[in-house]
Design a protein. Structure first.
Length: 164
């Protein structure tokens, strides 16, 4: 899941190496996870921004027949904030009920929109495989996570139809 494909904004809570409390920095997702779990940094919650970005991408996908390129790192950022919100509501027992409700609502919305986008794009990928297996033009529009699916299913399709 967290593979350093995206950067997450954090606020430093405790001195660490050259960082001082209050510093705002960008960290690779896996580093942000480790340091947040250690209590060294606080994640700056950009889940609403990701939800808005997912809404925009879903609207573009619906409006356009061919599969559209995704913003770089969208899947990774969505997965990170799903992880963050799930763990925040699970571990933060001493927070106000309003904050907890807001985080849970964001988590629910983020999960729904993320799954919806993945299903929408998967359908388009399957359609592209049927008519244009292994197309470089299609490959260039796919996220890294989608390229693997596209190439593997294209190969299976070609073998099945005897077009390999």
């Amino acid at each position: 899941m967290l593979m350093g494909r995206t950067f997450i904004p954090v606020k430093v809570l405790r001195s660490f190496k050259t960082w001082k409390p209050g510093d705002m920095i960008l960290l690779e997702d896996w580093k942000a996870k480790e340091l947040w779990e250690s209590g060294i940094v606080e994640i700056i919650d950009e889940s609403e921004k990701i939800i808005s970005e997912l809404d925009q991408v879903i609207a573009e996908e619906r409006a356009n027949e061919p599969i559209m390129p995704l913003p770089t790192g969208l899947y990774s950022r969505a997965e990170f904030y799903i992880y963050y919100l799930e763990n925040y509501v699970r571990k933060k027992t001493e927070i106000e009920i309003d904050v907890l409700n807001a985080k849970m609502t964001k988590l629910s919305n983020l999960k729904k929109k993320y799954e919806h986008l993945k299903k929408l794009r998967f359908k388009k990928i399957l359609n592209a495989i049927m008519f244009r297996p292994g197309s470089l033009e299609i490959l260039n529009r796919l996220a890294p996570e989608e390229k693997k699916i596209y190439l593997q299913i294209s190969q299976i399709r070609n073998e099945w139809l005897g077009e390999s």
